[in-house]
Design a binder for this molecule. Structure first.
Ligand code: AMP
Ligand code: ZN
Length: 114
């Protein structure tokens, strides 16, 4: 999708700091980090949000979670803990309408989120 900023990052039209990539998944550093470690993991195929996934996308979502766990280990967060989340839709606080998951760590997280 030409008007999707994350599709443009995936195609390379917009530069990003890539930390992981395979045929289906890309992970980048967030441009405005909210924690010492803040990465975004996304499917390379445009899916608008978690509210739009179907059963056939189960393996893809599972793979993204496994990549997040691996990146958390790589960043030394496995023992300390980390947060893995997605914002979905307007009330979920989703600003970019391409499914992505935040991996945050390196500081104490609070609950509830804002
Ligand atoms: P969300 O509110 O869940 O849609 O989060 C969107 C995230 O994308 C925010 O944390 C932004 O800082 C991040 N973001 C926006 N543009 C870029 C970009 N060009 N490169 C990396 N991260 C970005
Ligand atoms: Zn997109």
């Amino acid at each position: 999708m030409d008007d999707c900023i994350f599709c443009r990052i995936i195609s390379g039209a917009i530069p990003s700091q890539r930390v992981y990539e395979d045929d289906e998944v890309l992970a980048i550093r967030d441009i405005n980090p909210q924690a010492p470690v803040h990465m975004l993991l996304m499917p390379k195929r445009h899916i608008t949000s978690l509210g739009d996934v179907s059963d056939s996308e189960g393996p893809l979502i599972g793979r993204i979670a496994l990549v997040a766990a691996s990146l958390a280990r790589d960043e030394g967060l496995a023992e300390r803990g980390f947060r893995f989340l997605t914002n979905a839709g307007p009330e979920g606080g989703q600003a970019v309408a391409h499914l992505h998951f935040h991996l945050l760590g390196g500081r104490q997280m609070a609950w509830p989120p804002g």
